[in-house]
Design a protein around this ligand. Sequence first.
Ligand code: HXC
Length: 259
Amino acid sequence: MSKFTTITAKVEEDGIALIELNRPKVLNAINRSMVSELLSAFEQFDRDGRVKAIVLTGNNRAFAAGADIDEMMNDDAITLELLNQFKDWDQLHTIKKPIIGAVSGYCFGGGFELALCCDILFASEKAQFGFPEIKLGVMPGAGGTVKLTKLMGQKKALEWLWLGEPMSAKEAHQHGVINRVVAPELVLEEAVKFARTIASKAPLSLRLIKETVYKAVDDSVLDGMQFERKNFYLLFSSEDQKEGMKAFAEKRRANFKGK
Ligand code: HXC
């Protein structure tokens, strides 16, 4: 694993990799180096055969309080275009393995957008989510408006984005934005437990289910079903399909190999 300065990343036991955001003095504000390091860590874990699922977290005070305002305050439209500002952000969506987010504290702006790059989200009862960009005279730029609208519907999304006020974990849960709300001291533990549970499932099925679900978000039912069918057929060329069905017939636990 490469040496990082804005995050820490390591492979834990049971096929779990853990990435922690590590700029605590600025509430894990996300600068460009952090996005680049995150992408590098995710890509390394995506290629690492030992890793079955990736957990992403911050610290108790903040998952991340947004993109780094100091870094971007003097930017202009052309600088951002020439930097290709969102290239690494976009690449985060190419990670094939399951990503489980464990959110405590502030999860604002780009931090919320990073959390929304996770496939499953666990949050502390005390976590706060929000898009305060309106108060800075800007708006989300890494998918926040789009994803929030798809998750909670246009009316509610407009309300949250226009007001820019924080949403409690309970509200985020009620609107389908996160999966589970847990006691503050259990967030990481529960996220890792969930990651361990899915780490024992057939890796190719996990991978193709992820791909098919995200495709379904934008597809018509019929188009989504055609895509689903192709992936369903594809799994029948895997050894794990043979093993899974044989194990069922023999009344034993399947031993999946991810091929
Ligand atoms: C840079 C930040 C920061 C940020 C906090 N800090 N958020 N630095 N960028 N997004 C720094 C503060 O300047 C301060 O540094 C230190 O972290 C602690 O923060 P405080 O404000 O003292 O803490 P607190 O009073 O507890 O308030 C917490 C807070 C507040 C409510 C979260 O920090 C805040 O409003 N932060 C900005 C949130 C925000 O607007 N996020 C959206 C950013 S725009 P010093 O040196 O003073 O100790 C965005 C666009 C995304 O994300 C576009 C796509 C990527």
